[in-house]
Design a protein around this ligand. Structure first.
Ligand code: PBE
Length: 268
């Protein structure tokens, strides 16, 4: 067990992100399920505020526990570790999947096909995320990645025809992963002649807007765990296009210098 009482030092607070994020829900479940987290609280804010708090703590070599996920630039920038989760509250490796509204295949077969064929790897998305974290405008970072990865992009557009200004709306949540992926897909659609709008929403509203047919598609579904409840609620009213990325993960993340390896090592 840990020699340091991080609970006292951290005021029994886990640094969360947006309310409505699956990882926040999972962290709250962990607080309920682990005796070691009795009396702890998940404090919600935003992904940006979490990243700032993490950077500040690391600069001062102070402890911090955040609700984290991969792929994410923070693992390239800092030495971090996931706390072991022996109860499996945060689930196993996940897929990020693409979901579109019913009827999109008939209305916009070319966009449907591109969204269906969109698929990349952690190192790809992390490169875009790192550029954005280093100050690049998300649209510019996406443009640069698309230009540099023409081979990969041509797999996504394979078998499609260019269109002439057809409007399409993608929805997402302002999580770093989704800012990167949504901007890249938007750029690819733009290059194929689409007039693309990307709209940031709250997680639950993102799912509702696809199921209700108000928006056309999203590439931000973390399954089976993180968004499992939302998927169950809406799956009959949307079209699941399968994985666009394998090996995603969520959990409690801490700097490696912290003397704790498992959630069970924390102290109530
Ligand atoms: N995330 C990033 C989201 C899914 C993508 C892990 C912050 C969530 O927790 O819902």
């Amino acid at each position: 067990s840990a020699s340091t009482n991080y609970g006292e030092e951290l005021n029994y607070e886990i640094t969360g992100i947006e309310p409505g994020a699956g990882v926040v829900g999972a962290a709250e479940k962990a607080v309920e399920n682990y005796d070691s987290l009795a009396g702890w609280e998940v404090v919600t804010s935003s992904s940006g505020a979490m990243a700032t708090a993490l950077g500040d703590a690391i600069e001062n070599e102070e402890p911090i526990i955040v609700t984290g996920w991969s792929p994410h630039w923070k693992f390239q920038k800092y030495d971090l570790k996931y706390l072991e989760d022996p109860k499996g509250v945060f689930g196993e490796a996940e897929q990020i999947k693409s979901m579109v509204r019913k009827g999109l295949e008939e209305d916009m077969p070319n966009a449907y096909k591109i969204l269906d064929q969109f698929q990349w790897e952690s190192k790809d998305i992390e490169n875009v995320m790192l550029e954005i974290n280093n100050g690049a405008d998300p649209e510019e970072a996406a443009k640069a990645w698309v230009e540099e990865n023409a081979d990969k992009v041509s797999e996504w557009t394979k078998g499609t025809e260019e269109v002439d200004g057809k409007e399409i709306e993608l929805v997402y949540v302002e999580w770093d992963t989704e800012v990167a992926s949504t901007n890249v897909v938007a750029e690819v659609l733009r290059n194929q002649g689409f007039d693309v709008t990307i709209t940031p929403l709250d997680n639950a509203v993102m799912w509702q807007s696809i199921a209700g047919g108000e928006a056309d598609g999203m590439v931000a579904a973390w399954l089976p765990g993180t968004h499992g409840d939302l998927y169950e609620e809406h799956k009959d009213n949307l079209v699941d296009l399968g994985a666009n990325l394998e090996g995603a993960k969520i959990g409690l993340v801490v700097p490696k210098y912290m003397d704790v390896d498992s959630i069970e090592d924390l102290q109530p």
